[in-house]
Design a protein around this ligand. Structure first.
Ligand SMILES: Nc1ncnc2c1ncn2[C@@H]1O[C@H](COP(=O)(O)OP(=O)(O)OP(=O)(O)O)[C@@H](O)[C@H]1O
Length: 401
């Protein structure tokens, strides 16, 4: 169980942004390669490191999640592991058979039928016609493509391509290493669930490495994560720690956005007394939470309804606090235009992670006139030891006798 199947040492890959230069460098590198010379170690004009200094190892039974923004170098790393791209520095050691699904079309020939493509795919893996035939029914059933297996792949939808690609990568051979890019995201919900079940089964006997922008899936499936930033490893470690830091860093990129008539303006948002308009505030899981909104109004309605929404990194609202219509009569009487609204939630049962706070105020009279709506008014990082694959982690006490 502790046998390393993937070992990467100081792995690096350069690309060139300029096509002409890239072709010229390619010719020079091929010539150097022919004479047994090592690749050019430094960056030449127009080149950049798509991956640099990547070190990790993965044992049988482990699943590594690759995290990072678009263009961080995740696919390049997977392509190097699959042998599709040659590293410019470092070393890769792989043990056993590799099943991979990197491109959306899974490398299928568009004019061939699904069935013919399975035979081509199996042939590339070195399987005999009989061995492929023996597994064909299982592959077609898993991909749920019984009616389409004799249709040319160019007529497949992207989801159908991925179904067949995943079935080939995971069923044609029993892979020791399974490499998956973000392609599973295009499958429908039930197929994705089936794929993750299959990955969990395979994890008994193989090492899995996959890219996903879905933090719930990563938390559920991966034992450790590697966070890449501009091609370099930013952190590597247990999923719980790396994912929390990754989600926190991705929140910092969002600026607040105000929509609505701005009849009421949000000047300050505080969580447990800490200011954060467009800044992250850190609390421990299970602590009492009090939100304070400091606002100014220009043209006061009689009543307001306040809504505070918490959204996860996928943009889904995971929790919402909604006030009843609150009268502004006392404010009218004092002729002040400053308003402070507080909301106490008690212990917030949200799972550890990072959430964006959206604040909206509606006219309590019409209930649908938006007085203000501030997306990403602040971020809330909930710290805790356990990541959960559910957005809420209900507070509970347990007993055993
Ligand atoms: N063949 C290539 N030639 C030149 N540049 C490339 C090539 N392939 C990738 N790149 C560049 O390398 C960088 C890393 O790309 P990569 O596809 O690995 O990112 P990624 O993390 O997988 O992104 P995403 O999440 O968007 O899929 C990007 O700047 C990309 O433009």
């Amino acid at each position: 169980m502790t046998e390393p199947l993937i070992e990467c040492e100081n792995l690096g890959k350069k690309f060139c942004r300029d096509l002409k230069k890239s072709l010229w460098y390619g010719v020079k590198d091929s010539c150097s390669d022919l004479f047994g010379k090592p690749p050019h170690p430094q960056l030449r004009e127009g080149e950049f490191w798509a991956n640099q200094g990547i070190d990790f190892s993965l044992n049988r039974g482990e699943c590594l999640g690759l995290l990072g923004r678009n263009g961080a170098g995740k696919t390049t790393l997977l392509k190097m592991l699959c042998g599709l791209v040659k590293p410019d520095s470092g070393q890769i050691r792989l043990k056993g058979s590799v099943g991979a699904l990197i491109a959306l079309n899974a490398g299928f020939q568009p004019v061939l039928t699904g069935r013919e493509n399975v035979f081509v795919y199996g042939g590339i893996l070195g399987l005999s016609q009989k061995a492929i035939k023996d597994r064909l029914d299982e592959i077609v059933a898993f991909a749920e493509l019984e009616e389409f297996i004799d249709t040319p792949v160019r007529n497949y939808s992207s989801g159908m391509n991925v179904r067949l690609g995943f079935a080939c990568a995971s069923l044609l051979i029993k892979p020791d290493i399974l490499i998956l890019d973000e392609v599973l995201a295009v499958g429908d919900v039930s197929f994705r669930a089936k794929c993750y079940e299959r990955i969990t089964d395979l994890l008994q006997q193989c090492a899995v490495i996959f890219v996903s922008h879905n933090s719930t899936q990563v938390a559920r499936t991966c034992s450790k994560c590697l966070h890449l930033h501009e091609g370099r490893p930013l952190s590597l470690g247990p999923t719980n720690q790396v994912l929390q830091r990754y989600l926190a860093s991705s929140f910092e990129r969002h600026d607040s956005q105000e929509i609505g008539q701005q009849i009421i303006k949000l000047n300050k948002l505080l969580t447990n007394g800490n200011t954060h308009l467009n800044q992250r505030c850190i609390i421990d899981y299970g602590t009492d939470v009090k939100f304070t909104l400091e606002l100014t109004t220009t043209n006061m309605p009689d009543e307001v309804i306040t809504i505070i929404s918490l959204t996860n990194d996928a943009g889904d609202i995971v929790s919402q606090l909604r006030s009843p219509p609150q009268s502004l009569a006392s404010l009218h009487a004092s002729e002040s235009n400053e308003l402070i609204i507080t909301c106490e939630t008690g212990k917030l049962p949200l799972a550890p992670g990072t959430y964006a706070i959206t604040v909206s105020l509606l006219d309590g009279g019409t209930q649908n006139r938006i007085l203000t709506w501030v997306r990403n008014a602040g971020g809330l990082e909930i710290r805790g030891d356990t990541m959960s694959n559910s957005p809420t982690l209900l507070l509970s006490s347990w007993d055993m006798r």
